[in-house]
Design a protein around this ligand. Structure first.
Ligand SMILES: [Zn+2]
Length: 240
């Protein structure tokens, strides 16, 4: 009777161990970590792009200001040229040359401005794309986290139920049997008891000796496998 109770206890403990493993592995299997990592990457990409855009917009403003300054300078020169105040041919020629140089400079700045504007536009659309992507990832993460939470709470409820069953079971088992079981279970990865079927130990698959077989029919005897050391148990059909 005590052996049968120990056998049941072992089954309960195996179920508990499997459930604990499932609970431990659930976060990894849920894919939460992957999505969170992806979201992190998207966020840092966004931060880099934002920084780059800030710099580009600043440069854009500087260029615009430089161009405006040239426009103003040229207007002043132009006014000077046609005001009639300057009559020296040499001076007029110098003023004209200065106007040409400024025009050239303005052209260069405008070319740079165009290139930069295109780049800013591209970066803005990349940023928009990234934002959409990270919004999606955020939704996905939330869903996965909620699902994981649900699954975990189910598993934990199951674990609580089965742990209660374990307590009920152990109250009917003598302490010395329990102690022995605990010791053997530690040694054999939870499999303290082995079922004997067709004279073979279910733990190590080795035949048991005929002397041991004889002992097994004595209900009060504790018989250990001579090969692996597990506590042997034989079940009647009614036990299973
Ligand atoms: Zn064995």
């Amino acid at each position: 009777m005590q052996l049968k109770l120990l056998w049941d206890l072992q089954k309960i403990d195996m179920t508990i161990a499997a459930l604990e493993k499932t609970i431990e592995e659930a976060p990894l299997k849920s894919g939460v970590k992957e999505v969170a990592q992806n979201l992190d990457n998207l966020k840092s990409e966004q931060a880099c792009l934002n920084e780059s855009l800030r710099t580009a917009r600043k440069t854009l403003k500087n260029l615009e200001m430089k161009i405006q300054k040239i426009v103003d300078d040229r207007k002043e020169l132009n006014d000077g040229l046609y005001s009639g105040k300057t009559t020296s041919a040499k001076e007029l020629e110098q003023m004209q040359r200065k106007m040409d140089i400024l025009a050239e400079e303005k052209k260069k700045l405008e070319d740079r401005l165009l290139v930069l504007m295109e780049s800013v536009e591209e970066q803005e659309s990349s940023l928009k794309r990234l934002k959409e992507e990270s919004d999606r990832a955020e939704t996905e993460l939330k869903e996965k986290e909620e699902k994981l939470e649900q699954v975990l709470s189910l598993y934990k409820r199951e674990l609580t139920d089965i742990e209660e069953k374990r307590i009920e079971k152990t109250t009917c088992i003598d302490q010395k049997y329990l102690d022995r079981y605990t010791l053997l279970a530690e040694k054999h990865k939870g499999q303290a008891l082995a079922l004997v079927e067709n004279d073979i130990c279910g733990g190590c698959r080795v035949f048991i000796s005929s002397a041991q077989r004889g002992h097994l029919y004595n209900p009060g005897a504790l018989v250990y496998c001579e090969n692996c050391g597990r506590l042997l148990i034989m079940l009647d059909e009614s036990d299973e």
